[in-house]
Ligand binder design. Structure first.
Ligand code: HEM
Length: 474
């Protein structure tokens, strides 16, 4: 260990702490427990040479995420195997490549509808379809029991795909459902420490099942990459020169053509990897968040009733729109509190120290993996007082207006903040408000409410659940 390295467990020679990584509890919780023992910045080694730094609590997380020397991403064999064995896409790239691709993607996704009301019509269409689906399922069961497994992913994906690929899929399209199930399976597979374990490439060649055993099931992305590549080819063949760009894929293809002569970062492989990353980062996180909204409504029926009353008073007969949001502070506070409690991306994406730097006075060696515990920020006792309690009112000020606590950072902070934040926030708001207005959600007869305990994996999602759904007449 270099001098002034953060305190932490030692592990064993050669393998470091790798054999002791917890598997049966969410990794973010294990890291929080470690922080209780060693402090807000904990360090250990994965293998003989790779320092792993876990950062916990508001003060340390804030300092880490605002330190630009920590804005890199890991590049181990397992990390890059999802992107053709190279640092491609948006999630795991860094340096100038990341800046150029992130800036381009963000600018054009914004123009095409991220965070804009122009995509609202698309969202409302998906919501109407979902409402029909849930109503149908509730009415077809004698006890109005609806299975919520994967029910929101198709809607969320269709919104994303309207911007990226300009096409809409039917809710019951089996091939399409399989693609979404693959993303979900991958995200439930492992944890961020397993994926950065420095496994030499030759070992993976010798033991091809090794990544999967470590929870990195990259083969799940093969059909997704084929689907994206096919869409790109269709875009090329269905557009004539001079036609306006229809979606992100068209805009990207235009840029590839423009930059043809240069040593360009805009390539077909990069486009496939970026779209794949937008799927991976954007679908389960948003749909899981909506799932948690329903779960919390079931667990807190009085609060569910209060939201519904607020929405009915403000929106009358119509479904809530983004324009109503400012007049629905309690609904917004409920959404904020569910996001704080459920923390679907509890460890975000691991960062990398691009050079040696300091964190809370400790030395972080160049090349360290820095795992930033976003959940610990959302549960910080100093910032929240009673973080363990579900209290939407904590997000309202004395005048009943939405108040933003500095520690509310489910999308991260700093330069690597989530690229899809505005789209996710709008999606989650519209779906939650529409569902609360249209249905009453209840526990199954004579059963306790479904668990709020998250699934284990790269992201936290709701466990599959069923609920009694009563369609409300308006
Ligand atoms: C509730 C929904 C979501 C949550 C809670 C969430 C949370 C996060 C978090 C915590 C990070 C990591 C920040 C860091 O590395 O410090 C992140 C990164 C990212 N998110 Fe999201 N996200 C959500 C939805 C979305 C959506 C809808 C998209 C796009 C369609 C998206 C795209 C991305 C991308 C591309 C990154 C990587 C940014 C970079 O490395 O520069 N996310 N997200």
């Amino acid at each position: 260990r270099p001098s002034n390295f953060p305190p932490g467990p030692r592990g064993v020679p050669l393998l470091g702490f790798a054999p002791f990584l917890p598997k049966n509890e969410p990794f973010f919780r294990a890291m929080q427990k470690m922080a209780e023992k060693y402090g807000p910045v904990t360090g250990f080694y994965l293998g003989p040479f790779l320092p792993f730094i876990s950062v916990d609590g508001h003060k340390a997380v804030k300092e880490a995420l605002h330190n630009n020397d920590l804005n890199g991403r890991p590049s181990g064999t397992l990390v890059i195997s999802r992107t053709f064995g190279k640092k491609l896409g948006l999630l795991i790239v860094d340096g100038d490549f990341w800046q150029e691709q992130r800036r381009f993607t963000l600018r054009h996704l914004r123009d095409l509808g991220f965070g804009k009301t122009s995509i609202e019509d698309q969202m409302m269409g998906e919501i109407s379809d979902l409402i029909l689906d849930i109503t149908g399922a509730a009415k077809s069961d004698p006890d109005h029991i609806v299975d919520f497994k994967a029910i929101f992913t198709v809607s969320v994906f269709n919104i994303l795909w309207a911007i990226i690929g300009g096409k809409r899929y039917q809710r019951d399209d089996p091939a399409f459902k399989q693609l979404l199930a693959n993303v979900d399976l991958f995200l439930r597979g492992g944890n961020i420490a397993q994926v950065v374990i420095p496994v030499p490439a030759f070992l993976v060649r010798l033991f091809p099942s090794l990544p999967s055993r470590l929870g990195v099931k990259d083969e799940l992305f093969v059909p997704i990459q084929q689907f994206i590549e096919k869409s790109i080819d269709e875009h090329v063949s269905t557009r004539s020169k001079g036609d306006a760009a229809r979606d992100f894929i068209d805009v990207y293809l235009d840029e590839m053509e423009k930059q043809l002569e240069n040593d360009s970062t805009f390539t077909k492989k990069q486009l496939i990897a970026s779209v794949q990353d937008l799927f991976t980062a954007g679908s389960d996180t948003s749909s899981g968040t909506i799932g948690f909204m329903v779960l919390y409504m079931i667990n807190y029926p009085t609060i569910q009733q209060k939201i519904r009353e607020e929405i009915e008073n403000v929106c009358g007969d119509s479904l809530p729109s983004l324009a109503h949001r400012a007049s629905l502070p309690f609904t917004d506070a409920f959404i904020t509190e569910v996001m704080r409690m459920s923390s679907v991306a509890p460890l975000g994406i691991p960062h990398l120290a691009m050079k040696e730097t300091q964190l809370l006075g400790f030395t972080i060696p160049k090349g360290s993996i820095v795992s930033v515990n976003i959940n610990s920020m959302l549960q910080d006792t100093v910032m929240w007082g009673d973080p363990e309690n579900f209290r939407p009112e904590r997000h309202l000020d004395a005048d009943g207006k939405l108040f933003r606590n500095e520690a509310f950072t489910p999308f991260g902070i700093g330069k690597r903040i989530c690229l899809g934040e505005s789209l996710a926030r709008n999606t989650v708001f519209l779906f939650t408000a529409a569902l609360a207005k249209t249905f009453e959600f209840k526990s199954l007869p004579n059963k306790p409410p479904p668990t709020l305990e998250p699934t284990i994996g790269f992201v936290s999602g709701p466990q599959p659940f069923k609920a009694v759904v009563v369609p409300l007449v308006h």
